[in-house]
Ligand binder design. Structure first.
Ligand code: IMP
Ligand code: MG
Length: 175
């Protein structure tokens, strides 16, 4: 597995995450904020973004996986780990690494909304521009990217490369 090129450098990520953290801190000032990281991909964004948030915040995590072995999301999502806490009446901000078709988050939003949080909002580091198959209201987007398959900073290819400190484009001829 080889990286063809760097798409977003470590420095660019850090700068953008700092901006997002400041924005979120301002928007949720005085509110009871709970951030929910979607495992595994979002662990790195969660750790860095949380440190850029300057208001009190609680953490929780969910783990999801798409059914089957298909490389394309089917939209049918299995919850591998649910939230530990009740979210009724809480301001919930879901933290994602990437939105591709949007099917995973759309499912997640639907299953969390019935628990009646005070608000339910999405922050994602990356969004593939214009290819969402379902309408999804995303309040915070780090970077709009193209359709290429990206790895690093939490994102994997076949379970690997999550530990790269930057976002890279995978050389598909090397896999
Ligand atoms: P969606 O349901 O199509 O929006 O897919 C979202 C999930 O697919 C993400 O949470 C990632 O786990 C995975 N994914 C989509 N695009 C990429 C990519 O370019 N690199 C790595 N994982 C990706
Ligand atoms: Mg993910």
């Amino acid at each position: 597995m080889r990286i063809e090129r760097t798409l977003i450098s470590e420095e660019e990520i850090a700068t953008r995450i700092a901006d997002m953290g400041a924005q979120i801190s301002a928007d949720y000032e005085g509110k009871d904020l709970m951030i929910v990281g979607v495992l595994k991909g979002a662990f790195m964004v969660m750790a860095d973004l949380a440190r850029a948030i300057t208001i009190p915040v609680e953490f929780d995590f969910m783990a999801v996986s798409s059914y089957g072995a298909a490389t394309q999301t089917s939209g049918v999502v299995r919850i591998l780990k649910d939230l530990d806490t009740e979210i009724e009446g809480r301001h919930v901000l879901i933290i994602e690494d990437i939105i591709d078709s949007g099917l995973t988050l759309s499912y997640l939003i639907r299953s969390l909304r019935v628990r009646r949080p005070a608000s339910l909002t999405i922050a994602t580091l990356l969004r593939k521009t214009g290819i969402q198959r379902v309408p999804l209201d995303v309040a915070y987007v780090g970077f709009e990217i193209g359709e290429e398959f990206v790895v690093g900073y939490g994102l994997d290819y076949a379970g690997k490369l999550r530990n790269l400190p930057y976002i890279g484009i995978l050389d598909e001829s090397s896999i």
